[in-house]
Design a binder for this molecule. Structure first.
Ligand SMILES: [Mn+2]
Length: 295
């Protein structure tokens, strides 16, 4: 049975823009190759888009969607070789960057980030990656697979992109050693819980251009049960919003992904939470060329 077409992000609340006119490019990526515990990330993009129909176009201060939004056809990512799928994601993102658009990647498993980051790594601007995640994702390999979602940030490290980790609360000893050995900057969930949100979570010399990869398991499992490897002790909604605002202050958000949503049938809350997160990130990217500087 053929599935119905994906709705456009926000539906008809905002007249969809053509590919050429749009500033915001929503790219659904149905990748689900590595599953450690619960499954279902291939259904994530559709759930986010369907939930987005319930969002208000007005986000409380502006209507970010008016910058022009175009929802791409989904990338199915069903090839036998993950490399092939990562190339397809990279090509889609590169096309958007050539048009000076904002790529918004809806996962899918966390591995999609590796395809999305390739054009940024190949570009001539210095880009830093900000990872929101319950897990460090720094394993050399997992289950014999170097492209497992548990290894994403190790691969990002190999790409030579600077990155910081926010919200982590689960990692193995190998990852802990790697973090220490490579001076990885991290703001773990417990630090946030006990110490609050720092005004400037990123190092001063972190690039001005940032890419955010947001694994929804960064949220507390109570708010976000619909993910393969939920963890207690995660961020609540306002902690995440405050951190996103602080991370983007004085910097330009030039692309992002929201990954690892594994929808639970008839439980709409997590899908809507992910959609609202996507729209908040769009707002941060387009509300100003650059977010107002550090106070
Ligand atoms: Mn992850």
């Amino acid at each position: 049975m053929e599935k119905s077409a994906y709705p456009a992000f926000l539906g008809l609340d905002i007249t969809p823009a053509s590919y050429d006119e749009a500033r915001i490019h929503i790219i659904p990526v149905e990748m689900e190759k590595s599953v450690s515990y619960g499954s279902g990330t291939a259904a994530g993009p559709r759930a986010i888009l369907e939930a987005s129909l319930q969002l208000e176009a007005f986000d409380g201060s502006a209507v970010p969607g008016q910058a022009g939004m175009h929802t791409h056809k989904p990338l199915p990512c069903r090839s036998a070789a993950v490399e092939h799928d990562l190339d397809a994601i990279a090509a889609e993102v590169a096309g958007v960057l050539n048009k000076k658009g904002l790529p918004v990647i809806l996962g899918g498993e966390h591995t999609v980030t590796l395809g999305a980051l390739r054009p940024f790594a190949a570009g001539n601007k210095r880009v830093g990656v900000v990872q929101f995640d319950a897990h460090a994702d720094l394993r050399e390999s997992y289950g014999g697979n170097r492209f497992s979602h548990a290894c994403v940030m190790r691969r990002v490290h190999e790409m030579g992109l600077p990155f910081v980790q926010i919200g982590v609360r689960s990692l193995c000893q190998e990852e802990d050693r790697f973090r220490r050995g490579h001076n990885i900057v991290c703001l773990d969930a417990e630090q946030i819980y006990r110490g609050g949100i720092p005004a400037a979570p990123l190092p001063d010399d972190f690039p001005e251009q940032i890419y955010i990869t947001f694994d929804v398991d960064c949220f507390d499992a109570a708010l976000m049960p619909a993910t393969g490897t939920p963890e207690p002790g995660g961020l609540n909604w306002y902690q995440a919003m405050d951190l996103l605002g602080a991370v983007c202050r004085g910097r330009q958000l030039c692309g992002f992904d929201v990954v690892e949503l594994a929808p639970i049938p008839a439980l709409h809350g997590p899908d809507y939470t992910a959609a609202k997160l996507v729209y908040r990130l769009i707002g941060l990217a387009v509300s100003a060329e650059k977010q107002p500087g550090k106070q």
